[in-house]
Ligand binder design. Structure first.
Ligand SMILES: [Zn+2]
Ligand SMILES: [Zn+2]
Length: 340
């Protein structure tokens, strides 16, 4: 079968590799879609040190069950499934507390400890497979993982009715945060970013005020609009030093600060004094929750298809990485999916 194999920094190519076979409790999936993730880029250029080449990348995909290993009972040949990428034992201290992403013997398909999904077929544990309802198309399914992160994170927060929220980072995850915060009862949502074309999606996703920090001062605007108090909740979904620090200066006393953005490039200077002085609660989030995300999509409560800005074939993938199309967000790039 053909697969996009990463052989080290800046080296991704299409190779012929054997079709994997499912072990006990695993299924072999004929790939139909894989979402392209920002962390694929971090692996590609060598920033993500836990990934060891040679590795088939890709971890946001699904397809049709082609064969089932011994003991598989919840899915069968022919089922449409979307696959959760986090591998977990279900037995360790963290798994027992529900923190599957923190599993002591865990991994991630296409990132750590297991081959990924940019291939004609891939293998995944049965317990990671979720049946995909007919209402959800394959391109839409490529965004379930992107939605499942904010769904999990929102579940960690209390968003009281009539609360105010500032979301930093108008990428797909930030936009989903806007929608979910509105559903939970927020009445005023500020969406803060640097790219106009991304901010423009805001109103459709529940954002009330759009702030482009290249032209405007987010701290001034948010403070002024909240009688100088700031917002009840800040969600940092940009992974940016500036956003993180601005977020800390627009949060109301006793507010909640969610760090969702990835700060993989190393330590950054942060003004921590407001956290202590104003009794902020800081939350981190790195996990996903698929079942509610699938249900939201099935019931049409979150629009994902408008965010699919680019589709690729498997063969086109190495060029999409090497050309900088994804990294530099050329052509108003929002989210790319690989279709098979
Ligand atoms: Zn991802
Ligand atoms: Zn575990």
């Amino acid at each position: 079968m053909k697969a996009a194999v990463w052989n080290g920094p800046y080296d991704l190519s299409i190779k012929d590799v054997p079709v994997p076979s499912p072990s006990q409790g695993e299924v072999l999936i004929k790939t139909k879609v894989v979402g392209i993730c920002g962390s694929d880029l971090e692996i590609y250029d060598g920033r993500f040190k836990q990934s060891i080449p040679p590795l088939i990348l890709g971890h946001e995909g699904g397809g049709i069950v082609h064969a089932a290993g011994e003991g598989v009972s919840t899915v069968k040949e022919g089922d449409r499934v979307i696959v959760e990428c986090v591998l977990y034992c279900g037995k360790c201290e963290y798994c027992k507390k529900g923190y599957f992403g923190l599993c002591e013997s865990g991994g991630v398909l296409g990132m750590m400890g297991a081959q990924g999904e940019y291939a004609e077929y891939f293998v995944a544990p049965e317990k990671n497979c979720h049946i995909l309802p007919d209402e959800i198309t394959w391109p839409e399914a490529g965004l379930i993982d992107t939605l499942a992160g904010p769904v999990y994170s929102i579940g960690k927060m209390d968003i009281p009715l009539d609360s105010t929220v500032a979301v930093f980072g108008p990428g797909p995850a930030g936009l989903f945060f806007c929608t979910l915060a509105k559903m939970r009862g927020a009445t005023k949502i500020f969406l803060v970013g640097t790219r106009e074309y991304r901010l423009k999606y805001g109103p459709q996703y529940g954002a009330d005020t759009l702030i482009n920090v290249r032209k405007e001062n987010a701290v001034d605007i948010i403070r002024e609009a909240t009688d100088g108090k700031g917002v009840d909740i800040v969600i940092e979904a940009a992974g940016s030093e500036k956003a993180l620090n601005e977020g800390l200066h627009v949060l109301k006393k006793a507010g909640v600060f969610m760090i969702y953005g990835v700060f993989g490039a190393g330590p950054i200077p942060v003004d921590v004094q407001p956290i202590q002085l104003y009794e902020f609660t800081v939350l981190g989030s790195s996990n996903i929750n698929y079942p509610p995300a699938i249900k939201l999509l099935k019931n049409g409560l979150v629009n994902v298809k408008d965010l699919v800005s680019h589709t690729f074939t498997l063969e086109e993938l190495p060029e999409a990485f090497s050309s900088g199309l994804i990294e530099k967000r050329i052509g108003n790039y929002m989210k790319g999916v690989v279709l098979f």
